[in-house]
Design a protein around this ligand. Structure first.
Ligand code: XMP
Length: 510
């Protein structure tokens, strides 16, 4: 692909954010570890250097050779990147006298280039550094300062090389997007033509060429990623795409039938496999959370393997892997960290199947997958679904699993989720669900003493599931939901609401 932007990662926690902000400008960007510079740089129109937890003065800090880039491609250096340019250009980088974390304001702007166009004095920027650039290199020109940071922005004379001490990628830098646009569009001349429609067009053409007349198998989960991957592949190869949707008996109430009907309505060639009994038999008596996950993973592979054998001459396995799963970023210790969970869905397929892997979404972030899905005409009821864990209700039933417990939790969960939709709260929540706790508590219904199950409701806000906070749902909603659950679901006499954040808790209870 041409016209892309290369982001060299020095291990900053914000590197992925830079990629997202660039893509928000309809420009495609790729992250590479600083020590894995691509040999062929011809497709990159500009380069951005990220921040880093390191000090440039540390011996083991990233000090890559930038001779292929600096002065040859438009270059924007952010935070550590700016200090690296200053340090190696003959300037001086030293520890700051004052702490420089958080909010600051540009106090002086000397804009003799178009880099700071549209950004006025007083504009808020976000700092996060303990070293500071005391002296610029000889050939550098200061562009902006803040009260505490004299060299907050500079450029190198006679080059399209720019450097900023603050982070343009975080939302708290109010003109960060404008600054990225100034650099990428005005200075580097990168065309803004990367849109969901253009992605669909080029991906479908690429898939047609790669897959030809080959048959492809895809495991659908009902979630956003596998659904969008399926529709893209279907557009490219039609009936040669064979989708398999497995009911593990741990889905939400009526989910198997409704999702299957929805897929069939979309024209996908999808085979539903009801393996509920097989999963529940294998799980019987198992109460350890990790053992439950492992059993489900193993049975899923067995079922998927059996079904895949039915598709004659299949050559490819398609997966809905997305960019955060494959980004090879730099760990805080400086080394490139390995891929974290690529192929986590069906990673354990037996070798004899010898399927090649195709992952049409592997360069997209989750919000981009949703936009592509919209451009493909996929219903918002699929695109807006809350994330749901692969092991399903198994990790929401604490302790061992029985068909009766699954039914109780499905009923409770349905009341909660339907209520969220009815009260127009569903789209405001990132993920919600109910947990069946392994305790009975005493209650009184009519004149009778009861000794029944307790359920916990959980609703969180998050952007990526890595951190999360509980949602302040209206008391009236919680009151009505609790009443409805206890009155309508036999076996439950108590409802609690989980008010823990992640960390220190997690989203799921197991
Ligand atoms: P935790 O509980 O770790 O969950 O805070 C973070 C996100 O991951 C989902 N999750 C899983 N997804 N297999 C999955 O496919 C699993 O074993 C699993 N465990 C948790 C969880 O629903 C949340 O979105």
């Amino acid at each position: 692909m041409q016209n892309k932007v290369l982001i060299l990662d020095f291990g900053s926690q914000y590197t992925q954010l830079i990629a997202r902000r660039v893509r928000e400008l309809n420009i495609f960007s790729e992250i590479k570890p600083y020590n894995k510079l691509p040999e062929d740089l011809s497709g990159y129109k500009a380069v951005i250097l990220s921040g880093s937890p390191f000090s440039v003065r540390a011996e083991d800090a990233p000090h890559p050779d930038l001779s292929q880039i600096k002065g040859k491609k438009p270059l924007l250096a952010v935070c550590y990147g700016a200090q690296y340019l200053a340090h190696f250009g003959g300037g001086e980088v030293a520890p700051s006298n004052t702490r420089e974390y958080g909010r600051a304001n540009l106090s002086e702007i000397v804009d003799e280039s178009s880099f700071l166009t549209g950004i006025s004095k007083g504009s808020q920027v976000w700092m996060s550094h303990s070293d500071t650039i005391k002296k610029l290199p000889e050939n550098a020109i200061r562009l902006a300062s803040t009260a505490d940071v004299e060299n907050a922005a500079f450029r190198v004379a006679d080059e399209d090389t720019y450097a900023i001490q603050f982070h343009p990628e975080v939302y708290h830098t109010s003109d960060g997007k404008q600054l990225l646009e100034n650099f990428l569009v005005t200075i580097a001349g990168v065309p803004q033509n990367w849109t969901p429609d253009s992605f669909v067009e080029s991906t479908v053409a690429g898939l047609k060429e790669t897959l030809g007349d080959d048959r492809v198998i895809l495991g659908l989960s009902g979630g956003v990623d596998s659904s969008v991957a399926a529709v893209l592949l279907h557009k490219a190869i039609g009936k040669n795409l064979h989708c398999i949707f497995v009911n593990n008996g741990l889905l939400r109430k009526n989910e198997y039938d409704s999702v299957l009907a929805q897929y069939e309505g979309m024209g996908l060639n999808v085979k539903g496999v009801d393996a509920s009994a097989r999963f529940l038999d294998n799980l019987a008596g198992e109460s350890d959370p990790e053992a439950k996950r492992k059993t489900i993973g193993r049975v899923f592979i067995e079922v998927f393997d059996d079904e895949s054998q039915q598709v004659k001459d299949a050559k490819w396995l398609a997966q809905g892997t997305i960019y955060p799963d494959v980004i090879e970023s730099v760990s805080a210790t400086g080394g490139p960290s390995a891929t974290i969970k690529s192929h986590h869905n069906v990673g354990g397929l037996p070798d004899y199947m010898k399927l090649k892997v195709v992952e049409p979404l592997k360069m997209l972030f989750k919000d981009e997958v949703r936009r592509v899905g919209k451009s493909l005409g996929i219903a918002s009821s699929i695109l807006g679904r809350h994330p749901f864990p692969g092991p399903g209700l198994a990790i929401r039933i604490l302790g061992d699993i029985t068909p009766e417990k699954v039914t109780i939790l499905q009923e409770v969960d349905a009341i909660f989720i339907d209520g969220l939709k009815e009260w127009k709260l569903y789209d405001k929540v990132w993920q919600a669900g109910a947990m069946l706790l392994p305790v009975n508590s005493v209650g009184v219904m009519g004149d009778e003493r009861t000794y029944e199950k307790c359920v916990a409701l959980r609703a969180v806000e998050s952007t990526d599931g890595m951190t999360a906070d509980w949602v302040n749902l209206p008391y009236e909603f919680l009151q009505k939901t609790s009443n409805e659950i206890i009155n309508r679901v036999p076996g439950v006499n108590r409802v609690v609401y989980d008010i823990s954040s992640k960390p220190p808790a997690t989203i799921e209870w197991e």
